[in-house]
Design a binder for this molecule. Structure first.
Ligand SMILES: [Zn+2]
Length: 192
């Protein structure tokens, strides 16, 4: 589970840009480009005329149709929930937790959830505003020293991989490209 930052969908919706047939063959042998889903579906019938891969068509490796969309190649950023919180904090989009956020659980009751655990991580911002916040965060955020990985149990089978140094600045740079793209398209930036 994670959070994805991306440009909001275009007002008129993604534009379909043809369809193709994908199968187990690597590299693909059937390189036909079809006008739409229906014609590609019809094209499945003679896929074997174009594809001689011996793994193709067996069990889970049946060829199938993929429709190309104008949004397929748009920039997006996938991060874990924890790293999303890091980014959103740097962008000033989630409040810092103060003393008021910490509630003592009643005696004998279940422990209180950690602050932020139930924070819904979704939002939308005009690209221009996102860009401004990213530029500000890049200017202000201290260099990310990262977090070393560590074992969470003695056997070493549960590992917290930590965070590489410079992670925050690196992700902010990706987010800046994304915001520039969205601004060029007059679209918002969304995350969920
Ligand atoms: Zn094939």
């Amino acid at each position: 589970m994670g959070v994805t930052f991306m440009p909001a969908p275009p007002a008129e919706g993604p534009v379909e840009q043809g369809a193709c047939i994908v199968c187990a063959a690597q590299p693909p042998q059937d390189r036909r480009l079809f006008a739409d889903y229906e014609t590609a579906l019809a094209g499945l019938a003679d896929h074997r005329r174009f594809c001689t891969d011996t793994d193709c068509g067996e069990h889970a490796y049946r060829p199938f149709v993929v429709v190309h969309s104008s949004t397929d190649t748009e920039p997006s950023l996938d991060v874990s929930v924890r790293n999303a919180m890091l980014l959103l904090r740097a962008l000033g989009l989630v409040p810092e937790f103060g003393a008021d956020d910490v509630h003592e659980p009643p005696p004998g009751g279940p422990p209180a959830p950690a602050p932020g655990e139930d924070t819904p991580l979704g939002g939308e911002l005009p690209a221009e505003q996102m860009l401004g916040r990213v530029e500000l965060a890049l200017a202000l955020a201290p260099a990310d020293a990262g977090v070393p990985g560590r074992n969470l149990n003695a056997a070493g089978t549960v590992v917290d991989f930590g965070r590489p140094a410079g992670y925050l600045q690196d992700r902010l740079s990706v987010l800046r490209e994304l915001a520039l793209f969205a601004r060029d398209q007059a679209r918002d930036v969304i995350w969920h």
